[in-house]
Design a protein around this ligand. Structure first.
Ligand code: F6P
Length: 319
């Protein structure tokens, strides 16, 4: 093992830089040459590669985004694109690649592994939607960003005695809504994993109003549907004033929390160790605060368990 490469792919997440730093420094510590591939699989196809050293990753642990840039690459999903990527891997003589990203990134790595390239995946996505790991890098920061927004939106929602629907990211996962909703004391949390009816939401709003509540915050995961449509439905049913805030890309930026920096450092380093141990086709993660690695096929097949205990708790505490 002489040459290792690292890339970030798919949607960025806070903490990706800390993971890159850990990969680069653990590689150098172990006497390896380490290369950064720009713009994910796109850069791999086009040979957009740079050698990295200790100072390439100085002053980045606290920065959001990814210094390697990222992209969603359709060409890589074709046989031709994959072959171009393998040509670049041969030209640069990479012995192993650490890919940082979500399930799309892991699927790309799985294809490379099938063609004999040694890859290790590091989970970087705000969605927390990978079943094999308790947490993905960036999730904690995104939850804290949403929490900060809830606190601010609550102020104005109370002043105006309104209802606020806050739409959050997560693709098909309700974890961001659940964690931020519980921490922020949201009155309702609506997620793709649990069925809901608008009538139930309205009933709760009316009960709150009748008890003298000045505001209500509804957290809506994007995987359920559009906040604007729910707002119209609520207004047409009970006539209360509803405002919508779609937090969008705010949730993908910002300085990573201590939790995400530590997670990223542990996982990035573990990925290099796995390559040094001769592993391939594995993804690293955290379970019960222990760093683990899992077979990439198995990890991609696993179905995530939504935390119903936390969901029920949020419901009890928001009666
Ligand atoms: O996977 C991260 C994520 O931010 C999702 O929460 C969201 O649905 C999606 O990416 C948005 O993707 P894009 O950056 O392509 O708009």
């Amino acid at each position: 093992m002489k040459n290792i490469a690292v890339l970030t792919s798919g949607g960025d997440s806070p903490g990706m830089n800390a993971a890159i730093r850990a990969v680069v420094r653990t590689s150098i510590y172990n006497g390896l040459n380490v290369y950064g591939i720009k713009r994910g699989y796109n850069g791999l196809i086009h040979g957009d590669v740079m050698e990295m050293n200790l100072s390439s990753v100085a002053d980045i642990i606290h920065r959001g985004g990814t210094i390697l840039r990222t992209a969603r690459c359709e060409e890589f999903q074709t046989e031709d694109g994959l072959q171009k990527a393998i040509n670049i891997i041969d030209i640069f003589d990479f012995d192993g690649i650490v890919v940082i990203g979500g399930d799309g990134t892991f699927k790309g790595a799985r294809e490379l592994c099938k063609r004999g390239v040694r890859c290790i995946g590091v989970p970087g996505t705000i969605d927390n939607d990978l079943a094999y790991t308790d947490y993905t890098i960036g999730f904690d920061t995104a939850v804290n960003t949403v929490l900060d927004a809830i606190n601010k939106i609550r102020d104005t929602t109370t002043s105006h005695e309104r209802i606020s629907i806050i739409e959050v990211m997560g693709r098909n996962s309700g974890d961001i809504a659940l964690y931020a909703g519980l921490a922020g004391g949201a009155e309702s949390i609506i997620v793709p994993e649990v069925d809901y009816t608008c009538d139930d939401v309205c009933k709760k709003l009316l009960q709150g109003k009748n008890r003298g509540k000045l505001h209500s915050i509804i957290l809506l995961a994007e995987g359920v549907g559009k906040a604007t449509e729910l707002a119209e439905e609520i207004h047409s049913k009970i006539g209360m004033e509803v405002r919508v805030t779609i937090l969008g890309y705010l949730q993908r930026g910002g300085s990573p929390t201590a939790f995400d920096r530590i997670l990223a450092s542990r996982l990035g380093s573990k990925a290099v160790e796995a390559l040094l141990d001769g592993e391939s086709g594995r993804v690293v993660g955290i379970r019960d605060n222990k760093i683990i690695d899992e077979d990439i096929d198995k990890a991609l097949e696993m179905k995530k368990n939504f935390n119903m205990d936390m969901y029920k708790l949020a419901k009890i505490l928001s009666i």
